[in-house]
Design a protein around this ligand. Sequence first.
Ligand SMILES: *[C@@H]1O[C@H](CO)[C@@H](O)[C@H](O)[C@H]1NC(C)=O
Ligand SMILES: *[C@@H]1O[C@H](CO)[C@@H](O)[C@H](O)[C@H]1NC(C)=O
Ligand SMILES: *[C@@H]1O[C@H](CO)[C@@H](O)[C@H](O)[C@H]1NC(C)=O
Length: 270
Amino acid sequence: MYAVAATAISILLATVATPASAECTRDGLLAAAASYVAAQASGSTENLPLSATNFTYRLNNAAVDIAAGPLGRALPVDYNRTSADTTACASYTLLISASGPAPYVISTQIRHPTADDGSSNDTTSEIALIDTIAATTGALFFDAARTLSLVSQENWAPLEETQRPSREELKRVGDAYLDMWTDAGAADTIPWGTDCERVEGSMLTRPCGATLPRGGSQKTNGDRRYVVDEALGSVDVLCSFDALGDMPDSHEVRVEGGLVKYVHTVTVLQ
Ligand SMILES: *[C@@H]1O[C@H](CO)[C@@H](O)[C@H](O)[C@H]1NC(C)=O
Ligand SMILES: *[C@@H]1O[C@H](CO)[C@@H](O)[C@H](O)[C@H]1NC(C)=O
Ligand SMILES: *[C@@H]1O[C@H](CO)[C@@H](O)[C@H](O)[C@H]1NC(C)=O
């Protein structure tokens, strides 16, 4: 009798413990991002788990057909690196194609259905949004081979627990960075590392806090979309870089031990 009751209770507990939502794992996010990188390498979106009911492809801040962008053709992938945001159920991938006839440096955020949006659960089994800023010849400081050689030397290993910034701090740093053009005080709120490197397009500035904007523009950089990864100490913000004129833009920052280590920008002039 006692054994039967105990079994019933343990079955009940097992049922209760099964997560009905929050299926958004780091591994799931990385696997979905890898399927995106594979799609770019093959030029085929056939194996991407795009949501049948709610999928959007955005290229340089405008919704277009997925085949109209870089995914419409195969590109040799010379570099790819992904960060994962299990809270927002989103990922960010930097992809560089330098060795083919059409060079690209591509910043892509992928978003998945979440319970907050009305889905039955947070799930990486489907993709709701591919949000891409794609720089090619003509983009700001564009030279894919040089960008490749610079970022390939960086260390993006996961940070020790004690070196990880909080989600709030990462978002704050990302916002402060984008606010420097409109807020004269923003630059001084950013914890610059002394050996920090900034790669804008293919232009290297070291240390990265050496020359900074201090206000002057009227229009705040808008339409900010965030992917925050505490384990890598990174924040990527896609935006409309309105401070200098309506440019599709990605700013990625890595913070190590509380200090900014890397800054990457991908900016399309249009
Ligand atoms: C993307 O990067 C991962 C990790 O470095 C690598 O294993 C994979 O082969 C790369 N994908 C492509 C298509 O090059
Ligand atoms: C559709 O997906 C987008 C993300 O691209 C999300 O913001 C929106 O809430 C979703 N809408 C529905 C009805 O699920
Ligand atoms: C989670 O949502 C996805 C997409 O809406 C659906 O295919 C899947 O069956 C759901 N899983 C659970 C456990 O509800």
